[in-house]
Design a protein around this ligand. Structure first.
Ligand SMILES: [Zn+2]
Ligand SMILES: [Zn+2]
Length: 279
């Protein structure tokens, strides 16, 4: 069985309103592409920062600009009018763990994706508030990123760590450290194993400047050797990207030896064999 657990029903731009995208017709478009690509299990995971309740957790200017929708209306729509698993993509906000835990525990999510998009208040994958324009070296940024990912794993807030090596998103546009990158991965993989959190294999990186799957093969190998389970996702923000480039992701999983994928229900996890894949 194939899954796509990292779906957004709307693009990231501020003009994309909930009422136009959280509709049964839009979900049917996502389902139709999933069916063509042989993906049975879908879950939606909107960004926490699109919801006004997130401002109780963090007051970053980017969140303040984005937090306009009601989280409970989203949860109600997904539960009552769709057959999608109910997820959310929540940032790891150091110092805000208790507040994020409250926000998450008050709702009956099937799973929570944990993302590190920011190092303190500087963004990894956006030009605004960028961490890259402060004169910090790639080594320093990569070290800080994977330390933060380790903290995210250990926080216990998340079921899946999304796009685990997002720090590479810019590819050659931002230099990456020289040599074997496993020295950066190590603390994160150790924390992932201890915390028993799943790691996401995401095809989204193929649509970014880096043009690679998340995570790098060496990172996934280390996770696999440490016993971490895998969740498979596209991070689609529009119907045509559901299950995008899955053949490439499945080749990676096969090379590394991953034969099962995580399935979630009300925050409990089980593993299902990938099995024979259509298309
Ligand atoms: Zn993300
Ligand atoms: Zn996402």
């Amino acid at each position: 069985m194939l899954t796509d657990y990292h779906l957004h029903l709307r693009p990231d731009d501020l003009a994309a309103r909930a009422q136009e995208h959280f509709t049964e017709d839009n979900v049917a478009r996502y389902r139709a592409v999933a069916r063509e690509r042989g993906i049975a299990e879908l879950g939606v995971s909107e960004h926490v920062h699109r919801f006004e309740q997130s401002l109780a957790v963090w007051q970053h200017p980017f969140w303040q600009a984005n937090a306009v929708d009601d989280l409970d209306a989203y949860c109600g729509f997904v539960r009552e009018r769709t057959d999608l698993r109910l997820g959310i993509e929540a940032d790891f906000v150091p110092g805000g763990e208790d507040r994020m835990a409250n926000l998450l525990d008050e709702r009956d999510f099937d799973y929570v994706l944990g993302s590190v998009h920011f190092l303190r208040d500087r963004a990894i994958d956006m030009d605004d508030h960028s961490v890259w324009d402060r004169g910090r070296s790639p080594e320093e940024i990569w070290r800080h990123y994977f330390q933060t990912l380790a903290e995210a794993a250990r926080s216990g807030l998340f079921d899946i760590l999304a796009h685990p090596d997002l720090v590479k998103v810019w590819g050659s546009e931002r230099p990456r450290p020289e040599g074997d990158l496993r020295r950066y991965y190590e603390p994160a993989v150790e924390a992932i194993a201890e915390a028993d959190v799943a790691v996401e294999v995401s095809t989204a990186g193929l649509r970014k400047p880096v043009r690679e799957l998340y995570p790098a093969e060496a990172f996934l190998e280390m996770c696999f050797d440490a016993g971490a389970p895998v969740a498979l996702s596209s991070d689609a923000h529009r119907p045509e990207d559901v299950g995008a480039d899955y053949p490439q992701a499945l080749e990676l999983l096969e090379r590394v030896g991953v034969s099962e994928l995580c399935v979630f229900e009300r925050r409990s996890r089980r593993l299902e064999p990938i099995g024979t894949v259509v298309g």
